[in-house]
Structure formats: structure tokens, C-alpha cells
Design a protein around this ligand. Structure first.
Ligand code: IMP
Length: 193
């Protein structure tokens, strides 16, 4: 079954495809002829996921889903949160975001943080939301080269390695996005019956 996923980020695409399994073929907006950046101007993860999914649905009329993720750092009152992609600059500059996060947490003892993903599925025109959370902490230096974004700084609870030091399979097994996508898959399987 084909389903449109609102991302052109190759990392995210392969993470989500791995969790969805062979029964689903993910189609990107670009493959549907949507080349412009999909608007995400809401002030919450839920709002952005809904906005992106609605946009795709209105353009294609097909079943689709969108996700939005934020890194919520306790000592920073939940920042960067919904602004995670553009924390340091206007673009998606992962290295600059990581530098700014380390700077803002310098000398801070409370390193607690969590990743939160919200997925909005639009199926036959109806919206469904799924959430995935992973708790952890921000270390004081980058470690590892796998994954993307804040992965080199985030150690999930119960582990002593960052997401960037894990294989994609390990990360998917415990990650915010993996958890949210498994809820989506459970829902899709239920409705198939
Ligand atoms: P998006 O909403 O999924 O595009 O995520 C917004 C931003 O959060 C990204 O630009 C990354 O900086 C960060 N981010 C999202 N997912 C992850 C992840 O799995 N690991 C590390 N950083 C992530």
C-alpha cells in the first residue's frame, strides 16, 4: 500500500520505512510533484503535524501523514521544542544547533531532555494523531556520527551511548519517532481488518 509521508529528509524516510515494513511504500511529496516547502508555522508539534498533513491531503486527495519532532530540554523550559530545526539559524544547520544547545546548557546540572514526535495521519479525509516520546539527557560534548540533528548529544534513559553511537535499528527500537510510527502501524493494521 502506498502512503505519502511529508518529508524529503532521507534519514527520516529510511527510519520510518524500516518501522513500517514492506507492506507500505512511502511516497515523498517530491515524487507527487510537490516541490515547494510545506508550510509549518504552528506553535505546537501537533499543530505543525496537522498543518503539513492537511496541506498534502488538499494537494493530492490521497492518504498521507506528517510528523513533527522537538527536543524538549527541562532546564530550558522545553526549548528548543517546536523550534528545534531552526534553533540557531534560519536553516536546518545541525552543527550550529548543537553548538547553541551546548552553550545554553553550559554549567547546567539538570541535563534532562526528551524527544517528542507527533504524527498526523489523514486517512479518507479524517485526522488521527499519534505521539512518541523518549526520555534522556544531553551530554556536554558530541559523540558518534550516525543519525542526524541532536543525535550526537542525546543519551536515552537506560543507555550510556548517544543515538549517534547506535545503529539505525537500535535507535528505531527506542526512539520517539519509532514509537510514534509503531502506533501508526498498529492503527493501520487494525483498520485493514
Ligand atoms: P522534524 O520536525 O522531524 O523535522 O524535526 C525538527 C528538528 O528536530 C530537526 O531539524 C532536528 O534538528 C531535530 N530532530 C528531529 N528528529 C530527530 C532525531 O531523531 N534525532 C535528532 N534530532 C532530531
Amino acid at each position: 500500500m502506498k502512503i505519502i509521508f511529508a518529508t524529503n529528509n532521507a534519514h527520516k524516510l529510511s527510519e520510518v520505512q524500516a518501522v513500517l515494513g514492506d507492506g507500505y511504500e512511502l511516497v515523498t511529496p517530491r515524487q507527487c510533484g510537490i516541490d515547494e516547502e510545506i508550510p509549518e508555522t504552528a506553535e505546537t508539534l501537533e499543530g505543525n503535524a496537522r498543518q503539513k498533513a492537511r496541506y498534502l491531503f488538499e494537494r493530492t486527495g490521497l492518504d498521507c501523514f506528517a510528523d513533527d519532532t522537538g527536543l524538549e530540554v527541562e532546564a530550558l523550559n522545553g526549548a528548543p521544542g517546536v523550534h528545534s530545526a531552526r534553533y540557531a539559524t534560519d536553516g536546518h544547520d545541525f552543527a550550529a544547533n548543537n553548538r547553541l544547545l551546548l552553550k545554553n546548557l553550559a554549567g547546567e546540572e539538570n541535563r534532562r531532555a526528551r524527544f517528542r514526535t507527533v504524527i498526523c495521519l489523514i486517512e479518507q479525509g479524517k485526522e488521527h494523531l499519534f505521539e512518541g516520546i523518549v526520555e534522556g539527557r544531553i551530554i556536554d560534548h558530541e559523540a558518534g556520527s550516525e543519525g542526524f540533528g541532536y543525535d550526537p548529544l542525546f543519551v536515552p534513559e537506560g543507555f550510556d551511548r548517544t543515538f549517534a553511537e547506535m545503529s539505525a535499528e537500535q535507535k528505531n527500537g527506542i526512539s520517539h519517532r519509532g514509537r510514534a510510527v509503531r502506533k501508526l502501524v498498529d492503527y493501520l493494521h487494525q483498520t485493514e481488518k
